[in-house]
Design a protein. Structure first.
Length: 313
C-alpha cells in the first residue's frame, strides 16, 4: 500500500508584512531557572515575532510537577524581564488547562484513536507485530497510559525555516505515542498542540532539540483539525564537551547583573554582529531594538555552537 503523505508548508510572513497577524511564543518548563541555551530560544522567538510586527507570548509548561522546582516559574519570568523580554499578553499556565486536555482526549476517543496501554514502547512494538489489537489485555486494576493509535503509512512532511524540509513516518519512527501517562499527567505532545491552537500561535521558533517532536504535533493537529503553525528550529547551544546546555547538565543560571552581556552573547550567537556603539550599552531595550531591525533568518547558524558558560553570570 502506498504511503499517505501530509505535506505542511505554511507560507512564512516576511518582516514588515501585514498579510496576517503573527503570534509567536516562548514556552519554558519550570524545572529550573533560565540558562544561556533557553535565552537563545527566547531571543530567537522574540526577534522573529517583533520583526514581523507580531505578538510574543509566554507560556509556562507546568504539567509535570515531579520535575518542577519550587519558585522556578516566577524566577523565569523575572529573568525574561531583566533581559528586556516583555510578553504581550497574560502568561498562560498549562496547569490551569487540564479541562481542555481532557476534552481533546474525549474527542480522540470518540474517533476510536485512543487506547489504554500498560506496556513500554518496546513491549508494544513486539506485541503489535503479531496481534491486530494494539495492546495485550490486562486487569482493570493495572495502571495504564492513554496512547494515540498511529495510522499505518502516515508520513508527515514540513518545511522548517532554519533546518529545511523534514520528514517522519509516524508509525515506524514514533509509534503509538502517550497522551496521558500512567500517573494521570498529560503528555507534552498533547498539551502543546492544544495550547498552540488556543493561543492562535502562527509561528513556533524554538531549539532544534524539539525538531523530532514537530511531526508528531502536526499529526495530532491534523487529527484534531487544528491549524499548523510555521516552524523554525534554531540549533541548540552546547558546552565545550558538546553537551546541550540544560538544567540537567547544570548549565549556570542567568543573572540580572550581566543581562546586557548575556543578551549580547545570545544575539551574536544567532548570527548578528552588533555595532561597536552598542558593545558598551547598559540597556537591553537598545540591544533588542537593533536586533529586531536587523533580524535575518539567513544569518542564523544551521549547526549547534558551543558557548562557554563561564562567560555568563
Amino acid at each position: 500500500m502506498a504511503s499517505t503523505q501530509f505535506n505542511f508548508m505554511p507560507v512564512a510572513i516576511k518582516p514588515g508584512s501585514s498579510a496576517c497577524h503573527y503570534v509567536g511564543r516562548f514556552a519554558p518548563s519550570p524545572t529550573g531557572p533560565l540558562h544561556f541555551g533557553s535565552l537563545v530560544s527566547a531571543v530567537a522567538s522574540y526577534l522573529d515575532a517583533k520583526a514581523n510586527k507580531g505578538e510574543w507570548l509566554v507560556r509556562i509548561e507546568d504539567i509535570d510537577p515531579p520535575r518542577e522546582s519550587s519558585g522556578s516559574s516566577d524566577k523565569i519570568l523575572r529573568q525574561l524581564q531583566e533581559h528586556g523580554l516583555q510578553w504581550d499578553r497574560e502568561v498562560l499556565y498549562q496547569s490551569h488547562r487540564t479541562e481542555a486536555y481532557l476534552s481533546a482526549l474525549k474527542t480522540l476517543k470518540r474517533s476510536g484513536l485512543i487506547f489504554s496501554c500498560h506496556c513500554s514502547r518496546q513491549q508494544l512494538k513486539e506485541y503489535a507485530a503479531t496481534h491486530s489489537y494494539p495492546c495485550p489485555p490486562t486487569s482493570s486494576s493495572t495502571l495504564s497510559s492513554l496512547r494515540l493509535l498511529a495510522e499505518d503509512n502516515k508520513i508527515i512532511i514540513f518545511d522548517d525555516i532554519f533546518q529545511g524540509q523534514q520528514r517522519q513516518s509516524i508509525k515506524e519512527e514514533v509509534g503509538d505515542m502517550v497522551l496521558c501517562r500512567k500517573d494521570g499527567l498529560y503528555a507534552y505532545q498533547l498539551a502543546v498542540v492544544i495550547d498552540d491552537c488556543f493561543q492562535k500561535i502562527t509561528h513556533v521558533i524554538r531549539g532544534s532539540d524539539l525538531l523530532e517532536s514537530t511531526p508528531r504535533q502536526i499529526y495530532l493537529q491534523n487529527l484534531l483539525k487544528f491549524p499548523t503553525p510555521t516552524y523554525g528550529h534554531v540549533p541548540i547551544a552546547v558546552d565545550k564537551e558538546g553537551r546541550k546546555l540544560s538544567k540537567q547538565n547544570l548549565a549556570p543560571s542567568l543573572g540580572c547583573q550581566a543581562a546586557t552581556k548575556n543578551l549580547t552573547n545570545a544575539i551574536s550567537w544567532l548570527g548578528l554582529s552588533l555595532p561597536d556603539k552598542l558593545s558598551k550599552t547598559n540597556h537591553c531595550d537598545e540591544l533588542l531594538a537593533w536586533a529586531t531591525a536587523h533580524w535575518n533568518h539567513d544569518k542564523v547558524p544551521r549547526m549547534q555552537q558551543s558557548q562557554n558558560p563561564d562567560n555568563l553570570k
